[in-house]
Ligand binder design. Structure first.
Ligand code: ATP
Ligand code: MG
Length: 375
């Protein structure tokens, strides 16, 4: 799969621009604050339906504009396709696929596939569990749009359940019937999400380990596993626990913690608190890995994400790298570039000399304008 063009109007600092890409390695280069990341951010919106910077649509509109749009033309194994996004300061966003309006995000996501790698991801190993959950969720959503729907249903029920737990105007016993209904609904959604994440992690672990061993000449190996109070596998229980087992475990947890949940006024268990454990040579990477080892694992995770996407869809996704080469040492940078043969890569950088002599398509970025440069 590869991007042919992306067009922007009033998107971030881009007033009007069309960027054209080659199916190989593309470098968007320029000084700081010119619009390199903005260009990648727009492309990634088509893969996961939202900005990777965690902002609302309103913030994507160019300062002072009430309307903006982005349009992506890409080629997959079957045909050329076009996805469009209309942004407005007043209305909810408009989405189109090949000219046809789309209402639900879950119909928009999963058409175009991309793997994003930006400097913030380098803190994924030692950072908060939220970073690892978000990595898993964005990767899985692109492959399973139903998963995106399950996540948003879960978030909605969680919000209602937390509101019941917080509602000090009624006694605990008066709130209990609603609490139970919502717990049942949450348990069902939690089970779907946990099972999907566990399955993804099992496959990812294998692939990440292959990349890491390869990168380190067999010196390092890694194992990823899912960590959840409600997943028996995470407690050394049966590996590959089924839906019933997980749902029961979650239900029992909630029942035994009901009093604590009412006291804490929030939901204490569920996939919104789960994590992914990363073991490097059998020890917790979070506690023992060096900074370089962290980087190698994240790199292997991104390459692994690409492999799983290829297994699921039959073709490689587009790789979007925001200024990561400057963060990687020469060995890891070279490894990354070598392993990306046969895939489209769109990479941003302030330093074009890093790519001297390489067969790459250079795009110069200046103040939200983009020009193809002959090399
Ligand atoms: P760096 O090399 O420092 O990462 P960059 O080229 O990646 O720089 P961007 O993050 O793309 O820079 O941002 C370019 C400019 O766009 C910044 O000056 C930023 O303040 C500006 N900008 C961000 N959002 C908007 C917006 N909604 N409207 C107009 N300009 C914006
Ligand atoms: Mg940037």
């Amino acid at each position: 799969m590869y991007v042919n063009t992306v067009t922007y109007q009033n998107f971030r600092n881009i007033e009007n621009a069309e960027l054209t890409f080659s199916p190989g390695v593309n470098i968007v280069w320029g000084d700081n604050a010119q619009g390199k990341t903005n260009a990648l951010e727009g492309i990634y919106c088509f893969a996961c339906g939202k900005s990777f910077r965690g902002v609302r649509d309103k913030e994507l509109l160019r300062f002072g504009s009430t309307y903006g749009m982005a349009e992506l033309h890409f080629t997959d194994a079957k045909r050329e396709q076009c996805l469009g996004l209309q942004l407005s300061s007043e209305k909810t966003r408009g989405m189109r696929r090949n000219g046809v309006p789309i209402r639900r995000s879950s119909d928009f996501v999963g058409v175009f596939h991309a793997v994003l790698f930006c400097p913030e991801h380098l803190s994924m190993i030692k950072g908060a569990p939220q970073l690892r959950r978000s990595f898993l969720d964005t990767a899985i959503c692109q492959l399973k749009p139903q998963y995106l729907a399950a996540l948003s249903d879960y978030a909605r029920i969680l919000k209602q359940r937390n509101a019941v737990l917080k509602d000090a105007s009624r006694s605990v016993s008066a709130r209990m019937p609603l609490y139970e209904v919502l717990t049942e609904q949450l348990a069902a959604l939690n089970t779907r999400i946990v099972l999907t994440r566990m399955k993804y992690i099992r496959l990812l672990s294998q692939s990440v380990n292959e990349f890491l061993s390869d990168m380190t000449g067999g010196r390092e190996h890694v194992t990823l596993s899912y960590v959840s109070d409600a997943a028996p596998e995470a407690h050394g229980g049966s590996v590959g626990a089924g839906a019933e087992e997980i749902q029961k475990a979650f239900y029992e947890l909630c029942c035994s913690y009901a009093a604590r949940e009412f006291a804490a006024e929030t939901t204490l268990h569920g996939c919104h608190r789960d994590d992914m454990a990363i073991l490097l040579n059998e020890r917790e990477a979070r506690l023992y890995a060096s900074q370089g080892q962290d980087r190698s694992i994240v790199l292997a995770m991104k390459l692994g994400e690409g492999e799983l996407s290829r297994t699921a869809t039959g073709e490689y996704p587009v790789f979007l790298f925001d200024d990561v080469l400057s963060e990687l040492d020469t060995m890891r940078g070279q490894y990354l570039m070598q392993r990306l043969g046969g895939r489209q890569v769109i990479l941003t950088s302030c330093n074009p000399s890093l790519f001297a002599g390489m067969d790459v398509h250079m795009i110069r970025c200046t103040e939200g304008a983009y020009t193809n440069v002959q090399t």
